[in-house]
Design a protein around this ligand. Structure first.
Ligand code: BES
Ligand code: MN
Ligand code: ZN
Length: 498
């Protein structure tokens, strides 16, 4: 899709469709006023008659005569002006994107970036507009060819401003938004692919494919024999029961100087989680194909990183395995030795994410990381605690947690901090090993992070539990591509120190 930024006035531009916002106060925005004048009061008339209005996400499409400069005007309600935040703006954008899809328009003038959004500048507003429209345009068709016909009509979107100084910012916002969208689409596609296609081997191949055309990227894949030599007994205990071999994939992106310490991203890549011998119940077990969404978000973020040529060093590591029950499978009570030397009693084979992550987290110390962030669909408890709006963040460094929370706020990819207090650690005591892999009934998200914290003492580290946000359930079932926006935004802030 083409995005254009232009200093102009809406009544001077021609397009299929123009989008304007209106607040609850019913005061028309600048562009809405101009259009209202051009079309002899059609917008204010629609508002007066109650056809259009300012309630949040209320949407009305007004059609003009065929010879008009704009065939139609989408009027979208933005709610209370003093409550117009990045998240409400994002809801408005999503509503508009769906309307644009419904009316099959091919070129649009978007006047929403002129609205005042709390804590968002022109760059951020353009970026959010692009990710919203690109998100709505994504459709999955790999194993459903009939869906490939639902083609998108939108070809061109123009952002206009009367402020010449905004243009450069809007252009940057467009570029960042496009890169984030590309990354999200990759993450969505991998998440949506079924477990019989998207295996650990497939994920490793996708990582290799990222290399194409990217001289700054180096990809290496560790096989099970190599992992065994490194002593990764925890990671390997997960793939024991599967015929699919585990893969530990490293993507090294060299955008900065060679002597700069990298930011390391570690993703959970369980391509299917049956629970193993601690078998999960059948209902909605299909959704456990999404248990590799942490890994997918790392791949997506690496892709965005390459597109934007971010001037820092980033290492992405994905720990890939399938969790299955068979004669070789790990049993409850089995004890394994991790790469760190610590032993783990596996009391529940369904707590497998932490087992693949702990060895990956020990492994990444060799990169001398600036910070390490792991991303994982780790606990159902996180969904119980926080629902499906934010991810959970836990960290051994409050500054890092703060930076991640901020990156999440700016992209509408929110996260919420949970405590990682020492008092929780004793829930992981075991009579037969250094650590148990489960911490009992209470505080499951925190005790899972406590488990990981035993392997991250040497560096600054944060853990994102994305169990509630990685995919939608029900009729809209499908991967969300989150938290690619949060991660990419975080990297941009680290690179440009703003
Ligand atoms: N992948 C699951 C977590 C999960 C469950 C994510 C449901 C999203 C929705 C993870 O491997 C798991 O099974 N965790 C267990 C941990 C428990 C055994 C301590 C869980 O949450 O039940
Ligand atoms: Mn599990
Ligand atoms: Zn899992």
């Amino acid at each position: 899709m083409d995005y254009i930024a232009k200093t102009t006035s809406v009544d001077k531009e021609t397009a299929d469709c123009v989008v304007v916002g209106i607040f609850k106060s019913k005061r028309l925005s600048d562009s809405a006023k101009k259009l209202d004048k051009l079309y002899r009061g059609s917008i204010s008339n629609a508002v007066q008659r109650g056809i259009a209005g300012g309630s949040l996400e209320q949407i009305t499409t007004l059609h003009n005569s065929a010879r008009s400069k704009h065939n139609c005007i989408i009027v979208v309600g933005c709610g209370e002006q003093n409550e117009f935040t990045i998240s409400t703006f994002q809801r408005v954008l999503a509503t508009v994107a769906n309307e644009i899809k419904r009316i099959k328009t091919s070129n649009v003038i978007n006047c929403l970036t002129e609205l005042p959004v709390k804590n968002a500048d022109a760059l951020t507003k353009a970026q959010l507009s692009v990710t919203a429209i690109e998100s709505a345009m994504y459709s999955y068709s790999k194993t459903k060819p009939s869906a490939a016909n639902s083609k998108t009509y939108l070809k061109k979107q123009k952002f206009i401003t009367h402020d010449r100084q905004d243009i450069a910012d809007i252009r940057d916002g467009i570029e960042i938004g496009q890169a984030i969208s590309t990354g999200m689409n990759l993450a969505k596609e991998l998440g949506n692919l079924p477990g019989n296609i998207c295996t650990p081997t497939y994920l490793a191949e996708q990582a290799q494919a990222l290399k194409n055309g990217n001289r700054k990227l180096k990809v290496t894949v560790l096989e099970e024999t190599q992992m065994k030599k490194l002593g990764m007994g925890a990671l390997l205990s997960v793939s024991n029961g599967s015929i699919e071999p585990a893969k530990l994939v490293t993507m090294e992106y060299n955008g900065g100087n060679d002597d700069e310490c990298p930011i390391v991203l570690v993703g959970k890549g369980i391509t299917f989680d049956t629970g193993g011998i601690s078998l999960k119940p059948g209902a909605t077990m299909d959704e456990m194909k999404f248990d590799m969404c942490g890994a997918a978000s790392v791949l997506g973020t690496m892709k965005a990183c390459c597109e934007l040529e971010i001037p820092i060093n980033v290492v992405g590591v994905i720990a890939c395995a399938e969790n299955m029950p068979d004669g070789n499978a790990t049993k409850p009570g089995d004890v394994v030795t991790t790469m760190s030397g610590q032993t783990v009693e596996i009391l529940n084979t369904d707590a497998e994410g932490r087992l693949v992550l702990c060895d990956a987290l020990t492994y990444v110390d060799k990169f001398d990381p600036e910070v390490v962030i792991d991303i994982a669909t780790l606990t159902g408890a996180c969904v119980v605690a926080l629902g499906q709006i934010p991810s959970g963040v836990m960290s051994n460094d409050d500054e890092l947690a703060k930076d991640l929370i901020k990156a999440g706020e700016l992209t509408g990819d929110r996260t919420w901090q949970l405590p990682l207090w020492d008092e929780y650690q004793s829930q992981l005591d075991s009579n037969f090993a250094d650590i148990a892999n489960i911490g009992g009934r209470w505080g499951g998200t925190i005790t899972a992070a406590c488990f990981l914290s035993r392997f991250t003492k040497k560096y600054t580290w944060a853990h994102l539990d994305i169990a509630g946000i990685a995919w939608h359930q029900g009729k809209q079932k499908g991967a969300t591509g989150r938290p690619v926006p949060l991660l990419t935004e975080y990297l941009l802030h680290q690179a440009y120190e703003f």
